[in-house]
Design a protein around this ligand. Structure first.
Ligand code: PBG
Length: 310
């Protein structure tokens, strides 16, 4: 195997553009794209700009998108998340009316839409898990109505997959799939996302619902529960410091497994380009996430990867 052409012949994994999901931040309050300070080269786009953004990605060969919304208003229960005229609902309708065969995934969570910034509703400083579930169902249905193919609950509420599956089925959306953020850790790598989506919390932390990064077995229990509740795709998040978890999930369950290469991981690469070769690093990172067992990857590097290697 001393020659490159032979090594290419026996490679075990290779990143395909079909494996990549492009995150899009849609901001209802802006009229021009705005760069996210902690994510150099990444932008929030206005509702009027989403079609153009999707078109640019399609030209690069990228066909799957996950949408995050920054709404024009927030309240205690996150009503703007299921408003039929909310930011994600408007963006979905625009994209779906232009492109019938792109894959549209939506993040189903409250944190971008609540005044307190938590992923569930709050009373006396506590997150109310069960009271949050019907709201998540309502958000998922509103996304399905506007053309989502996959809804992705990211709030780590117990029972969220079952609540969403039931709500979707009751409304006739039996074909809408669920990608659950099953093993989502309370990570320090989400900082730039919280800037991007203005979803930082006003008190406490997320450790009562997101996972403790000291644990690996717990991830398997979380994934098992979500699969029993009807998840079609499970996710491990973040990706890079958690590749052992990706591998264990894939080996144990053999189901479609997504890894989320998060905002802080992107920011680290961007901050290191004076010392490292960005292209080579991005290629290596995404390839190694696949090698660890991920079938699909949400990554802010998707467009660069497609431009450089597509
Ligand atoms: C919403 C959500 C978060 C991310 C995706 N969905 C933030 C969080 O849980 O604080 C983080 C993504 C990233 O860092 O790229 N719950």
């Amino acid at each position: 195997m001393r020659q490159e052409r032979l090594r290419r012949l026996v490679r075990e994994v290779k990143v395909d553009l079909d494996d990549l999901i492009v995150p899009i931040f849609v901001d209802e309050r802006i009229s021009k794209p705005v760069e996210i300070p902690s994510m150099p080269g990444y932008y929030r786009v206005p509702v009027e700009g989403v079609v153009k953004e999707v078109e640019n990605c399609l030209e690069l060969g990228l066909k799957s998108f996950i949408l995050f919304g920054i709404p024009s208003y927030k309240d205690e229960i996150g009503s703007s998340a299921f408003d039929r005229n909310g930011v994600i609902q408007k963006a979905l309708r625009r994209i779906r009316s232009e492109f019938s065969d792109v894959v549209l995934i939506t993040d189903v969570c409250l944190c971008e839409y609540t005044t307190h910034g938590h992923c569930g509703i709050v009373k006396d400083g506590k997150i109310l898990n069960d009271e949050t579930l019907p709201i998540l169902g309502e958000i998922a249905v509103s996304h399905a109505e506007c053309g989502a193919d996959i809804v992705a609950p990211s709030g780590m509420m117990d029972g969220m997959v079952k609540a969403i599956r039931t709500a979707l089925d009751d409304e006739g959306y039996t074909d809408v799939a669920i990608m659950s953020y099953s093993a989502k850790y309370a990570s320090n790598f989400y900082g730039p996302f919280r800037d991007a989506a203005e979803s930082g919390y006003k008190f406490g932390d997320r450790k009562s619902y997101q996972m403790d990064f000291h644990n690996g077995d717990e991830a398997l229990r979380e994934v098992e529960l979500d699969l029993k509740e009807g998840a079609d795709i499970v996710m491990v998040k973040p990706a890079l410091a958690y590749l052992d978890v990706v591998r264990r999930v894939k080996d144990r369950f053999g189901v479609p497994t997504c890894a989320y290469n998060v905002s802080g991981e992107y920011a680290m690469v961007k901050a290191s380009t004076t010392f490292l070769d960005e292209r080579a690093i991005v290629y290596e990172i995404l390839t190694c996430i696949k090698r660890a067992g991920a079938d699909l990857i949400v990554t802010y590097h998707a467009k660069d990867f497609a431009r450089w290697f597509g």
